[in-house]
Design a protein around this ligand. Sequence first.
Ligand SMILES: C[S@@+](CC[C@H](N)C(=O)[O-])C[C@H]1O[C@@H](n2cnc3c(N)ncnc32)[C@H](O)[C@@H]1O
Length: 258
Amino acid sequence: MEHTAARDNVGMNEPALNPAVDEDPQSPGHEAEHPRRIRSFVVRAGRMGTGQVRALQDLGPRFVLPYTGRPTDWGSVFGRDAPRILEIGFGMGQATAAIAHARPEVDFIGVEVHEPGVGALLKLIGQGNLHNIRILQHDAVEVLEHMVAPASLAGVHIFFPDPWHKKRHHKRRLIQPALVSLLASRLCEGGVLHGATDWQPYAQQMLEVLGAEPQLRNTVGIDGGGYAPRPDYRPMTKFEQRGIRLGHGVWDLVFEKV
Ligand SMILES: C[S@@+](CC[C@H](N)C(=O)[O-])C[C@H]1O[C@@H](n2cnc3c(N)ncnc32)[C@H](O)[C@@H]1O
């Protein structure tokens, strides 16, 4: 599951958009206080490879956490007190696994709703013998609201969030003022919010919304345009390499909690 904006000009979720899904009062998170929360995703049935199924069975019990909706003692979950980075929408988990491998001193909470992606990341966890990742298969907004304490994260990663190209779907984009304010509240002082996208209009929206959040500061300032060079720890995907050869852009945004 790779980001698709430049490839076919259609976000991975867009063709499957079914408003009935997120207006279903039975759907998780359809709480009284958010009677019509607009979700940034649509849960689709996806085909699982046999390796992913096996990884879910073998490694799921250890690495996938249930959504409890209650504050979580992450120190006991990971068995240590290390800086923690939460990733929203890890897709098939390649970047997550590569970064966790490169940064063993940091613990990673990967949140993704797409089950084949969960299986894929578990497979990578097994192959890489990684101990510093835990997974939640749930809406990241609810995880942040209910399971992550204020000022407790060293970082947040949001790589290639669904761009929701069509204007009428823009309200589904993850990067909106309310979510950014929630994210900023979960970061500790000096914590870093790192986003990346290959869809320029969304990059502009991210720059505006992140720039308007008083708890955050753009680490590169705005004089050079406000976009950051890709930090070394974010691996370039194959798709991104090809896109760059073809002249497509990728924009990284790196903001710090003040
Ligand atoms: C375009 S994909 C990008 C995946 C990956 N980060 C990458 O760079 O290839 C966006 C992913 O975000 C997930 N997603 C969107 N909104 C989410 C949310 N609120 N909570 C958890 N996952 C979400 C989608 O299921 C999808 O897999």
